[in-house]
Design a protein. Structure first.
Length: 220
């Protein structure tokens, strides 16, 4: 039985970084690379702040970035494929679902315009919508966007499946498609789950000390 969803291999995708967005998307709009960098960093900092407060963020043409709680569940270690228990945690998801409370794009635009000296609200707005279009076009399956310290927007393939019309309740066929998936950074995970971050840091330290002990024993 085929998978319902699967990620497209990173090797088959072009990766857009912060530097790429600044140079290829924002600078042609602002005509100033330094200001373009400040605008992008302001967007990411503002979104990080809202995510840490569990406030959903609306990205026009893309969807909503919202924080959800996931209960403990069975999973698999991605490194060795061994079955493992995934602890309960807060995660950030990207969906087309509407939410009542959300940080609108206009708010991010107005605050960024105030924070970055020497830029107009129009240029900031154009940058924001250009960024949203870039994220939306990840669904074409040609590239991914990686913002270190924030997260990765990548294409995920969804196979054809049976669904239900929300208005009539009638069963319908949902065609196969490529959708945009968001994976939060370790920094974001730490903000939302401080206890989990502390536990992981302790485990990493223990593994490091164990490796160093084995290395010393081997050299004796």
């Amino acid at each position: 039985m085929s998978k319902k969803t699967y990620k497209i291999k990173v090797a088959d995708l072009t990766t857009w970084s912060k530097a790429d967005v600044i140079e290829k998307i924002f600078t042609p709009i602002t005509d100033n690379k330094k200001k373009s960098k400040e605008i992008l960093l302001s967007f990411l900092n503002l979104m990080t702040d809202r995510i840490s407060k569990k406030i959903p963020i609306m990205l026009p043409h893309v969807g909503n970035l919202s924080v959800n709680y996931k209960n403990e569940r069975p999973g698999r270690n991605p490194k060795n494929g061994v079955d493992a228990l995934i602890t309960s945690r807060y995660v950030v998801t990207l969906s087309k679902c509407d939410v009542k409370i959300r940080s609108k794009g206009s708010e991010l635009i107005s605050i960024t315009t105030e924070e970055v000296d020497g830029v107009t609200e129009k240029s900031v707005r154009d940058c924001f919508y250009a960024l949203c279009h870039l994220i939306d076009d990840v669904s074409k399956g040609d590239y991914r966007i990686e913002f270190r310290g924030f997260g990765i927007f990548s294409p995920v393939f969804r196979a054809k499946k049976k669904g239900r019309n929300p208005k009539t309740g009638e069963k319908v066929d949902v065609e196969a498609s490529i959708v945009v998936h968001f994976k939060q950074s370790r920094y974001i995970i730490g903000l939302l789950n401080p206890d989990l971050a502390e536990k992981n840091a302790k485990k990493l330290l223990e593994n490091k000390e164990s490796k160093e002990s084995k290395k010393l024993a081997k050299n004796k």
